[in-house]
Design a protein. Structure first.
Length: 455
């Protein structure tokens, strides 16, 4: 994979304080979560699914390669052209073929966990692995419910990759209550339920992103969503639906938009509009936080595309104040804490981000964010599962070299911090950014940023 090669000669860019405001109108790459699901459901549908706006980042390309190894045909609409237009020729539910070789899912936890769901109810055997970061992340959270459906797994210690999965010959429908709020686990069980007789149910005490449910409906499956006590949801799919190929428009990824958005808030005088961003309410926790901190953010031209709400998001720089971010909000913004922590470092006062236990099992480790901020002269503390950042309202010192630990979000967050800090910030390795946001550095510089690529 590109990552391991990059360890030998990492691209190690430096972000210096922008000499003027960030100004412009941009589009960010397609939503990663929706892109994975478009390829996967396209592969399980009958007919040709046409996708526009697919994220052509490494994570999604890993999903496409795995689906092709399982017998589907996912490819750019025009050979050799990377413009986000893809087609998937589906093989139908039950149609996955045994892959001849290892499925290597690179850095992508979503690819690994959702594909394991699909594999769990197909009577084939597959061997799954990933890069050094993904091989550290726990798979027990999907192995456990998928074993109840009847799949068999052999894993490394701690249910880590590489693992072998043999899908169930006669899958058993289950009703599963999520022990952690995870859209990946929910989706893995629902995808397994597609090739399982009867009704498969996932109960989520705290709602998580619902792209799988929305897209299943878009492909013609019947999905029942009922409220569950305490604000939760009960999601049920009936086995063997007829999934009919359907066109998909992938909105811009709110998790990617978060980086230029926060950059616009913290670089004085900036005014940036990001067009066509997904604003699914289960993804917009960051906007709530930033608004509570006093940010000037407006949503323009709100509309619906392909079953998902979309808007143009305009952000203008201004003073930010610290805020208390409740743990209940975490599932709606789990990937946004690194960049929220950067906003907090530029705000006046104390920001407490509560209930971040899940960050410990992601690419973005809590301790890495804290260590990076500390080296930039920001007052920061980790208290149990809470991250506390104290800013004085002025630009942070910066002047640090940041270890990003193969985490694309750490890389982007600290480059954004460097645009606002007094001294330049350098990151150790920019190559992981291509997993989710190809072209990030060029786009930031196009707005007026000063990120020098080296290495
Ligand atoms: C994702 C769910 C989240 C998120 C990840 C993408 C998805 O993970 O962090 O980047 O597409 O379902 P968890 O389900 O582990 O919270």
């Amino acid at each position: 994979m590109a990552h391991s090669a990059s360890l030998l000669s990492p691209a190690s860019p430096t972000a210096a304080q922008a000499s003027g405001p960030l100004i412009g109108t941009i589009r960010v790459p397609g939503d990663k979560s929706i892109s994975h699901r478009a390829l996967m459901l396209g592969a399980l549908a009958i007919g040709r699914t046409e996708i526009t706006g697919l994220l052509e980042g490494e994570d999604v390309l890993a999903t496409a390669a795995a689906l092709n190894a399982l017998g589907a045909n996912a490819a750019p609409a025009e050979k050799g052209r990377r413009d986000g237009r893809w087609t998937v020729d589906g093989i139908g539910i039950g149609g996955l073929a045994e892959p001849e070789n290892l499925l290597d899912l690179g850095n992508s936890g979503t690819s690994a966990r959702l594909l394991l769901g699909m594999l769990a109810s197909h009577p084939i055997t597959a061997f799954v692995t990933g890069d050094a970061s993904l091989r550290r992340r726990p798979m027990g959270r999907v192995v456990e419910p998928l074993s109840r459906i009847g799949a068999r797994f052999v894993t490394r210690e701690g249910a880590r990759l590489p693992l072998a999965v043999s899908g169930a010959t006669i899958p058993v429908p289950i009703s599963y209550r999520l022990p952690v709020p995870s859209a990946q686990v929910k989706s893995a069980v629902l995808l397994a339920g597609l090739n399982t007789p009867g009704a498969t149910t996932v109960v989520e005490p705290q709602p998580t992103r619902d792209h799988t449910e929305r897209m299943l409906c878009h492909f013609g499956a019947s999905v029942a969503i009922e409220p569950e006590g305490g604000g939760g949801r009960r999601v049920t799919v009936e086995g063997f639906p007829e999934l009919a190929a359907a066109p998909i428009i992938v909105p811009g990824d709110p998790s990617s938009a978060a980086f230029p958005l926060v950059a616009a808030l913290i670089v004085a005088g900036s005014d940036v509009t990001i067009e066509g961003v997904g604003i699914n309410p289960l993804r917009t926790g960051l906007l709530d936080c930033l608004r509570e901190m006093g940010a000037d953010i407006s949503l323009l031209n709100e509309r619906e595309e392909g079953g998902e709400p979309v808007a143009d998001v305009r952000a203008r720089a201004g003073a930010l104040a610290g805020a208390d971010i409740p743990a209940e909000r975490a599932p709606r913004m789990i990937d946004e804490y690194p960049i929220l922590a950067v906003a907090a470092a530029c705000a006046r006062g104390r920001t407490v981000m509560r209930g971040l236990a899940e960050l410990r099992v992601k690419e973005s480790d809590l301790s890495g964010i804290a260590a990076g901020l500390d080296s930039c002269g920001v007052s920061v503390a980790v208290d149990g599962d809470n991250l506390i950042v104290e800013g004085d309202g002025g630009p942070p010192t910066g002047g640090a070299f940041i270890e990003t630990r193969l985490d694309h979000r750490m890389g982007m967050a600290f480059l954004v911090l460097g645009l606002a800090s007094r001294l330049p910030v350098r990151i150790d390795d920019a190559t992981p950014i291509a997993t989710s946001f190809p072209g990030f550095i060029g786009m930031m510089n196009g707005l007026g940023g000063a990120i020098a690529e080296e290495g």
